[in-house]
Write a protein that binds this ligand. Structure first.
Ligand code: PLP
Length: 411
């Protein structure tokens, strides 16, 4: 065993993480029985508790039928409320500002119904040029829905020539009087850059814009304080760092100052207050919480894994995870020294992900997987993303990734 591998094992003994709470898939190649999993920014691993707790909820249906709405151990009618407080803690929000529902892009649309109110003189939307395509399609379709031209209305922020990440001051400079909405990723999916959410939010407000954040790569990755930062709205998915399973239910945040007001919303029977929902009146009475943005009755068996996962975050604490994340990512960075890393070097400007510029990224990631049991994520043509996830990744995983990458790239 090399001294560098011994060092990795020593670090794991001193700073062990919580791998034992998760099912780690078996490796298809390499010398280790389990994969070194670096794709938790794409799909997080399954917590061991998820299976049993989901089966409990599933069996309540068999045992109780419709009575499960009230009589299940975790009754279905108020089930979504079990998710609200832990989700709120995770993003630094009040429970009244938070709701878990739908999927991410659907939530972005529902929130833009309320928060993208273009006028002729102010109808532009600011996104990153490297925005996740779903966000780009969503804002372009919203612009067209309101009768404007997407080519003209959507401002795409680009880094300076020769740079890979956006500078906060450059972002702020783009926020002119014609901007209706700023909608950026809290952590960019491609580069791993963590944006300065409070500064950009403040600047957007000074410019007279509404400021929303897509937290797909930020929730469960970095500490957030949406309420204190004055963010207008936000949405995030739960299948990346939140380990709630493929296509898992998403979260939404609406700042307290917008609750109970007269913002337009699309409504359904879950938009009305719970206390009188079953009076079946023709007009809704929306609660003065983010629950007013709900439309349909929620899928219980999809909420169950989110509840299990949020409990893990609650138990361990995002701040503790962030500290281990900073150590683990710094260690991986050290092992990758000399490679072309797009992600900011400042730990305060990134989360758990390092993105490398690698020629033939797709082929490299296939070989990492089948020859070394290292699961990385390729974005063609030339970006390889590695996310050491503080809950379950190890220093030894980092060592495996770095040494496998050296061997693959040397050949
Ligand atoms: C993962 C991700 C999505 C995915 O959208 P879904 O609606 O969950 O399919 C959207 N936006 C960003 C920024 C993402 O990272």
């Amino acid at each position: 065993m090399s001294t560098s591998e011994q060092e990795a094992l020593r670090l794991d003994a001193a700073d062990p993480g919580h791998r034992d709470l998760f099912d780690v898939p078996p490796a298809q190649g390499g010398d280790c029985p389990e994969v070194a999993y670096f794709a938790g920014n794409s799909l997080g691993l399954r917590p061991k508790a998820t299976r049993d707790e989901l089966l409990e909820d599933l069996d309540a249906w068999a045992a109780l039928g419709v009575e499960g709405h009230l009589d299940a151990t975790r009754p279905w009618l108020p089930y979504h409320e079990l998710l609200t407080a832990p989700a709120a803690r995770l993003v630094g929000a009040l429970p009244s500002e938070t709701v878990v529902m739908n999927s991410l892009t659907v939530n972005l649309h529902l929130l833009m119904v309320s928060f993208y109110r273009p006028t002729r003189s102010r109808h532009r939307i600011v996104i990153e040029d490297t925005a996740f395509p779903s966000d780009s399609y969503a804002v372009r379709s919203q612009v067209r829905f309101h009768g404007y031209d997407a080519e003209d209305a959507v401002i795409r922020l680009r880094p300076r020539p020769g740079e890979d990440s956006l500078r906060t001051a450059d972002v702020v400079e783009q926020l002119g009087g014609d901007v209706a909405l700023v909608l950026l990723g809290g952590v960019n999916y491609l580069t791993g850059e963590l944006m300065d959410i409070p500064t950009i939010t403040k600047a957007g407000h000074l410019a007279g814009a509404v400021v929303g954040w897509d937290l797909a790569h930020a929730a469960g990755n970095v500490p957030l304080a949406l309420h204190d930062w004055g963010v207008d709205f936000a949405a995030w998915c739960s299948y990346k760092y939140l380990n709630s399973g493929p296509g898992a239910l998403a979260g939404a945040f609406v700042h307290e100052r917008h609750l109970g007001g007269d913002l337009p919303r699309f409504e359904g029977w879950w938009s009305t207050e719970a206390a009188t929902r079953f009076e079946m009146t023709p007009e809704s009475r929306p609660p003065t919480t983010a629950d007013a943005w709900q439309v349909s009755n929620p899928p219980i068996f999809s909420m169950s894994p989110v509840r299990t996962s949020l409990e893990i975050f609650d138990k361990i604490g995002m701040d503790v995870l962030r500290e281990r994340s900073v150590r683990l990512t710094a260690y991986l960075e050290k092992l990758l020294a000399g490679r072309d890393v797009l992600t900011p070097a400042d730990p305060a400007r990134r989360g758990a992900q390092l993105s490398l510029r690698v020629q033939g990224a797709g082929e490299v990631s296939r070989r990492l997987r089948f020859e070394y049991g290292v699961i990385a994520d390729a974005r063609e043509p030339d970006v390889l993303r590695l996310a050491p996830v503080p809950l379950y990744s190890t220093y030894h995983d980092c060592w495996r990734a770095a040494s496998a990458l050296s061997e693959v790239l040397a050949r």
